[in-house]
Design a protein around this ligand. Structure first.
Ligand SMILES: Cc1cc2nc3c(=O)[nH]c(=O)nc-3n(C[C@H](O)[C@H](O)[C@H](O)COP(=O)(O)OP(=O)(O)OC[C@H]3O[C@@H](n4cnc5c(N)ncnc54)[C@H](O)[C@@H]3O)c2cc1C
Length: 413
């Protein structure tokens, strides 16, 4: 009997995971990608530690996705963090829970996992066709690629698009698919940066001296949202975990109000009056910098940041100064561009999908991963949603093709 032919476009985690599941279910799967080798962004993600998922309970986890669309909530329930951890372990990479509940593979980086994964895919008969860029798509489904040998037209029984967002385009996902799908009447929310740095007009001296220095254990607030963590000073402004966690709020504030003013608490574990009391006990002959260092343990970059926010001069009166330390005000002038962001907001709208993540305008064509219209902070939520939507789309394809999909026993959260 002929095995149904599935074409997956995009050899990132979403495409490869759907390919694995469909090949295991009996499909003949070919994965196309425009880059010379697969999973480039996943390998990049693993450089600073591959944060696969997060260990927090279901409710807290799901709340990380703003305006979580119901199909995605269902996908996450069907393929929760425990399933992803089991999968990694099955590839020889048991996971561990790091500080703040984040989950990493044993090797910390991505390369051993990717190596084992590609070997498994080879064993399942999945073919990888690299250096082929998707340039056209039509009903059938029929896909057109530009490759080293020229234009190729490929017909299949079902196709999965897993083309990623548009951050770090050097890794392959450049968002070029938006015009392709919009041309077919598929609704796409504009792609915007997510988990990106912000721009702040530092003085030249501050930027030169302190770019690359961390602000550790601070809280950063905008409006009603407060985030605790670390921020990194850059020549252009700030980046890092605490900024990324606030980045969607900052982006929306800039779009709505044309500006955003952050309040940074440089001493979040000490109450305002305790900070003021420590300052009041300073030795009169100490300079302000020496007082801030000795009495509050502020790092040189934190002291310099305080001076940046008080360019007219800092108050000497303890309570006024304590107020500034507890809420140093920084005006954000913009956000870093999409190509420098960790991830992408916007993408194929959920309203454009039918059951099983199939495009209503292109029957037989399914979508998964970061190219869908969702966003989440860093912390493992991006890859968890990538894998979960890929599992859901693979199930949708299997249902269309009448393939027996092995169901996960839905491990608990
Ligand atoms: C620096 C960095 C660190 C990160 N760290 C983490 C982390 O620790 N934890 C976490 O959860 N997430 C992390 N992420 C995010 C995570 O890597 C992505 O969310 C994930 O890779 C998305 O998977 P995807 O398969 O949807 O898309 P991608 O991984 O982007 O894959 C899409 C693939 O499609 C291909 N493609 C695109 N257009 C075409 C076309 N027209 N024709 C053919 N092929 C095409 C691309 O070449 C690419 O291979 C990080 C991202 C970055 C940039």
């Amino acid at each position: 009997m002929r095995r149904p032919a599935v074409v997956v476009v995009g050899a990132g985690p979403a495409g490869l995971f759907a390919a694995e599941r469909l090949a295991a279910a009996g499909a003949a799967v070919t994965v196309y990608d425009r880059m010379p080798s697969p999973a480039r962004k996943l390998l990049l993600a693993g450089r600073g530690g591959l944060n696969l998922t997060h260990s927090e309970p279901r409710r807290a986890f799901l709340e990380r996705y703003p305006a979580l669309p119901p199909p995605m909530a269902q996908a996450l329930d069907a393929y929760p963090p425990a399933a992803l951890r089991d999968w990694a372990e099955g590839l020889g990479e048991p996971t561990f829970v790091g500080t703040s509940g984040r989950v990493f593979p044993r090797a910390f980086k991505a390369s051993p996992l990717v190596r084992a994964w590609l070997a498994r895919l080879g064993g399942l008969g999945v073919s990888l066709v690299m250096r082929h860029r998707l340039v056209g798509i039509g009903p059938g489904p029929v896909l057109r690629f530009d490759g080293p040998g020229g234009r190729a037209e490929v017909a299949c029984d079902a196709a999965l698009l897993a083309l990623g967002g548009a951050s770090w385009p050097r890794m392959g996902s450049d968002g070029g698919w938006t015009t392709l799908l919009e041309g077919q009447g598929v609704a796409v929310a504009p792609l915007r940066p997510a988990n990106m740095g912000v721009e702040i007009a530092w003085t030249a001296d501050f930027a030169t001296r302190f770019a690359g220095q961390p602000l550790k254990a601070v809280t950063i607030a905008l409006g009603y949202r407060t985030v605790r963590g670390e921020a990194m000073i850059t020549a252009e402004g700030l980046e890092g975990g605490a900024i990324y966690a606030l980045s969607a709020t900052i982006r929306e504030a800039l779009a709505t109000n044309g500006g955003a003013r952050l309040a940074i608490d440089l001493k979040p574990d000490l109450a305002l009056d305790a900070v003021a009391a420590r300052l009041a006990g300073a030795r009169p002959k100490d300079s302000l910098s020496a007082t801030l260092k000795k009495r509050l343990g502020l790092a040189p970059q934190a002291v310099a940041l305080l001076r940046e926010t008080e360019r007219g001069g800092m108050p000497r009166e303890p309570l006024a100064l304590a107020n500034r330390i507890k809420a140093a005000r920084l005006a954000v002038s913009g956000v870093r561009p999409l190509d420098r962001a960790i991830s992408t907001a916007g993408g194929v709208r959920f309203a454009a999908l039918g059951d099983g993540f199939e495009l209503e305008r292109l029957p037989g064509v399914f979508v998964a991963g970061e190219m869908l219209d969702w966003e989440a902070p860093t912390g493992g939520y991006l890859l968890q949603a990538t894998f979960a939507t890929a599992a859901a789309a693979a199930t949708g394809i299997a249902a269309r093709l009448g393939l027996p999909m092995v169901r996960d026993p839905a491990p608990p959260w």
